[in-house]
Write a protein that binds this ligand. Sequence first.
Ligand SMILES: Cc1cc2nc3c(=O)[nH]c(=O)nc-3n(C[C@H](O)[C@H](O)[C@H](O)COP(=O)(O)OP(=O)(O)OC[C@H]3O[C@@H](n4cnc5c(N)ncnc54)[C@H](O)[C@@H]3O)c2cc1C
Length: 390
Amino acid sequence: MSSSFEPARVVIAGAGVAALEAVLALRDYGQGRVRVSLLAPDDTFIYRPTSVGEPFGHARAQSFPMEAVLDGLAVDHVTDRLKWVDSEARQVHTEGGQQLDYDALLLALGARRHAWTEHALTLEPELMDEQLHGIVQDLEGGWVRSLAFIAPTGAAWPLPLYELALMSAGRAYESYADATVTLITPEESPLAVFGQAASDAVSKLLAAHGVQTITSTQCAVHKSGTITLHPSGEELQAQRIVTMPELSGPAIPGIPHHGDHGFLRVDRYGRVTDLERVYAAGDTVDFPIKQGGLAAQQADAAAESIAALAGAEIKPKGVVPMLYGALWDGERTLYMRARATGTRGSSSRAGWTPLWEPAGKINARLLSAHLETIRDRALTGEAAPARNPS
Ligand SMILES: Cc1cc2nc3c(=O)[nH]c(=O)nc-3n(C[C@H](O)[C@H](O)[C@H](O)COP(=O)(O)OP(=O)(O)OC[C@H]3O[C@@H](n4cnc5c(N)ncnc54)[C@H](O)[C@@H]3O)c2cc1C
C-alpha cells in the first residue's frame, strides 16, 4: 500500500486503554511503516479501576498526563473529537471542523453510558467519590441500614459493583454498624463470566463479608427504596440503591453498527464488518463483555492487522479472548483468569497471588508496563527518551 518513503497514515480515535495499547503495538509491529495520529480530547489518562476505593478513603484513581503517556512514541495528538467518517474518501471529520485522511482508521471510542432507572443512584466513574462518600459515612454512622447494589441487565462493566459491595460490607462491619448489604445480579452465579473456579471464590468472599447475594434476577426500580425482583415478583426494600450505567456503542455517522445497542461488529482481527480499512477495539465493539484487559487484546489484534496492511512482515493472529480480573475488597485482591466463552468462562482460575505480570487491575500486554515506566520516571524524576522523528 505504501512505499518505504511514505508511511501509512493511521488515525486512532480515542485515548483510552484500547487506543493507547494500539499506539504501543503499532510502534512494535509497524516497523516504521505507519504514522499515527491520535484523535481524542483527553489531556489525561485516568486509570479508572482504582476509583472504587475513593469513597472509602483509599488513594485517588491514578492519572497520567497524556503528554507523558505519548512522550517518545512519535504520535501526533490531535486534541479534538471524531464527528463522522467518510469511508469512501477515507477521511474522518472532527467536531472542531478538521479533516484527517487515513489509510487505516482504528475506532477505540469506549462506550456511551445510560442510567436505566431514575430511582437509583447510577454511578459515574469520574464522580465515584462525590456520589458515594455520603452513603459510606451514613453506613458507618448507622444511619443507612440497608444498601443494595444492582448489576444492570444489558452490557456493563462487571467488576466495580462487586468491589463496592464488598468494601461497603467491610466498612459497616469495622464500624460496628448493623447494616444489610445486598448485591443483585442477572448472572447465574457471581461473576460467572470468569468461570466456575473464580465464581466459587467470589461467592465465598461475598459470604465471608456478609454480602447477601441474589443471582439470576433482573430488577425494576419504579420508586425510590423499592426493588422489584424478576422473575419472582418479590419486592425488596433498601434505603439506598446503587447501580452502574448500561452501556451502548458510539453511534458515529458513517459507521454501520449492529443490534439495538449501537456497538460495532468486528471480526477476530479487529476489522469492522462491511468497511474497508476501518478497525475497532475495546468497549466500543459488540463483544458482550466489557473489560480493560479485553480492550487491550482487541487493540493488539487490530494493530497487527493494520501493520500487515501497511506492509509490515507480520501475520495477524486474531484475538483468543481471555478475561483477567482483580477483585479488590479494600484489603486483599482476588485474581481471576478465564477464557471468555459466553456467559460462563472456561479454564477458570482464581487465587490470592497474581496470575499475570505486572499485576495491575487492567492486564494490558504493553500499556501496563508502559504506565509502570511512567510511574517510575515520575518517582525518580527521570526524563523520557527523546521523541523519535516520524
Ligand atoms: C469503575 C470501573 C472499574 C473498572 N475496573 C476494571 C478492572 O478492574 N479491570 C478491567 O480490566 N477493566 C475494568 N473496567 C473496565 C475498563 O475501564 C474498560 O473496559 C476500558 O477502559 C475500556 O477501554 P476503551 O479504550 O475501550 O474505552 P475507554 O477507556 O472508555 O476510552 C475511550 C476513549 O475514547 C475517547 N472518545 C470518546 N468519544 C470520542 C470521540 N467522539 N472522538 C474522540 N475520542 C473519543 C474518550 O475520551 C476516551 O479517551 C472498569 C471500569 C470502571 C468504570
